[in-house]
Design a protein around this ligand. Structure first.
Ligand SMILES: Cc1ncc(COP(=O)(O)O)c(C=O)c1O
Length: 412
């Protein structure tokens, strides 16, 4: 039906849901995105999102780079471009990653629209319905969301302060009826747990992957954001023949670029290129050229140095505030970098239920259950982001959370 001005005012519901493919029934809108709607109310102090600090975005530098690219390379920047990505940027990435021991050629790299796209393309290539993926428990929610749509099953491995507990892997793999399609690993400053996989465990993981002939997907968005301690050898360096490595500009430059990259053996890069062609032809030349300009001028390196300093003091503010305001029995991880820490509450606090009280106290977090693929877990945990709010706000938010939790424990 149309109104006087030609606007459509009513359309008949033809039953869209019944027409969708079976796999679409597995797709759910992310718990985090739904929660973020709740937490975007005014006055809420949100530790829920995984957002970088917006006031630190290098807006002026991006503006200058945009102008430079349009003035000097306008037509190429606005044209379709190779699916593999902009070669000078890939070359820069190859040189930069060599300092972490990832020695590759630009042909081993493909640019994508965020690591999230890489996770989806990996699902498209590797995951048949009911295929099994090995991941930590908890794990990155966005990966589950990507792979659920390919009807994946998950074999999960518990974690401790040193990341995924690899010791249990062989027994799990021996019992598994099918060979898992890959092991999904978040080596540095895990989302949501904040932990880093120790070198011993990286080696053990690689040893297991070789023994059982498995592929490893190494998702590393946070590695550059290390505040202290030594960089640890990437898994890709330990097993370049079987690792697909992902990283992104989202946490170092800005997520609005939607720009990330995949490093892998050339045969799998060709397959990823085919999968990406079907998805979006190519990642925009313009943003890749702008990012390249920012990288080549050394602006990114400088910017990351600044981020490390600011995020470190925000992490410290959160740790101090937790010490000061949380009731006894509550514990948390101490991340050496990244954006998140993981809080374990008393067994008497169900963090999903408690969120309502927390929101009433105008503070938000993500309840732990959201990070457990298709199973129980995380009921007494919460993910806390420390990059988004300044120190004073962090202290106020943790104070409010502590008061609400003490009331909860007192039966209030
Ligand atoms: C572990 C992990 N992988 C992938 C992503 C997606 O990042 P991108 O913005 O590059 O799509 C995120 C974002 O938070 C993440 O935490």
């Amino acid at each position: 039906m149309t109104g006087k001005d030609g606007m459509i005012t009513h359309v008949e519901d033809i039953g869209w849901e019944a027409r969708l493919a079976a796999r679409a029934r597995r797709m759910q809108s992310s718990v985090i995105r739904e929660l973020l709607k709740l937490t975007s109310q005014p006055d809420i102090i949100s530790f829920a999102g995984g957002l970088p600090a917006p006031e630190l975005f290098p807006v002026r530098e991006v503006q200058e780079a945009c102008q430079y690219i349009l003035q000097n390379h306008g037509p190429a920047a606005l044209q379709y471009s190779p699916t593999e990505g902009f070669q000078p940027l890939k070359q820069w990435l190859a040189e930069t990653m060599s300092k972490y021991g990832i020695w590759v050629e630009h042909e081993n790299i493909m640019m994508v629209n965020g690591s999230q796209q890489a996770l989806d393309l990996i699902g498209k290539l590797f995951v048949d319905p009911n295929a099994c993926i090995v991941c930590s428990r908890p794990t990155y929610l966005g990966a589950i969301q990507a792979w659920d749509s390919y009807e994946a099953q998950y074999c999960t491995v518990p974690m401790d302060e040193d990341g995924m507990i690899t010791e249990g892997l062989p027994a799990m793999l021996d019992q598994s009826k099918q060979r898992p399609r890959f092991l999904y690993v978040l080596p540095n400053f895990h989302n949501p747990a904040g932990t880093t996989l120790s070198l011993e465990r990286r080696k053990e993981l690689v040893e297991v992957a070789r023994r059982y002939d498995l592929v490893i997907v190494e998702d590393d968005p946070y590695g550059e954001l290390r505040f202290e301690g030594q960089d640890l050898t990437p898994i890709f360096r330990l097993a370049p023949e079987r690792t697909i490595y992902l990283s992104t500009f989202s946490k170092t430059l800005a997520p609005g670029f939607r720009l990330a990259w995949v490093v892998a053996p050339k045969p799998i890069i060709s397959r990823l290129v085919q999968a990406k062609q079907g998805a979006d032809l190519n990642t925009g030349a313009f943003i890749q050229m702008v990012a390249n300009d920012i990288c080549q001028r050394g602006i990114l390196r400088q910017h990351v140095r600044r981020l490390r300093g600011v995020y470190r003091s925000r992490r410290d503010a959160m740790l101090d505030a937790l010490h000061e305001h949380m009731p006894s029995g509550v514990s948390w991880t101490v991340p050496q970098g990244g954006l998140f820490l993981w809080v374990r509450t008393s067994d008497r606090v169900d963090t999903r239920e408690f969120l309502k009280k927390s929101i009433a106290a105008k503070v938000a977090y993500v309840p732990g259950f959201a990070f457990y693929p298709g199973e129980q877990g995380g009921e007494h945990s919460m993910r806390m982001n420390f990059s988004y709010s300044d120190e004073e706000t962090i202290n106020e938010g943790i104070y409010r959370l502590g008061v609400a939790m003490k009331q909860e424990l007192a039966g209030g």
